[in-house]
Design a binder for this molecule. Sequence first.
Ligand SMILES: [Zn+2]
Length: 192
Amino acid sequence: MTSRIVDIPKIFRCDFTGAYFDKCIKCESDLMRGDRPYIIEKALKPYGSYDSYSTLFEYAMCMNCAESMKTMMSKDSMAKLMEFFAQNMDLNKHRHQMNEAYPLQAYKWIENCIVSGKAVSEVSECQIYAACVGDQLVFSEFPYMVAGSVLDQMVELLSAETKDELDGFKDEYVDGPSEFQDLLQSGPKVFI
Ligand SMILES: [Zn+2]
């Protein structure tokens, strides 16, 4: 079987630098060494397609840190989210369909929201996720897209305690003295 990896496409590169994400946002380990898998998450405002969008936030996080983030969630929030995923999200089905129809075509995998089915052309905000190793995107249950309206529903499920924890994370890492602050201060970027 051929390996299911491609060079990380432009949409999953860092919009702030224009290059690959090279550091875990939390532990700052070097992601380009290729010895630890990591996740990329970006929140975007697409203008009709991924050809033109504003970046709301973006980061890469190594799997170790991503796992430790889960412990920030209360048991109640975790249980509710798991139930929501089980009822609304079929990552295996998505993976299977995309592998059949669009093997190795990352943009096709993120064309429609994995929960609502809404196309990128129909959403005002969305988040996209990819799993990578070094400068390669790995096709697994990732990549996928979640529409903003669905993310709002998910946030509703979280306990106040978990929301506080996540806000704390945002304050520390996203709004803190990091490249994100620069990204946010420099305003929306539009890529055409
Ligand atoms: Zn890390």
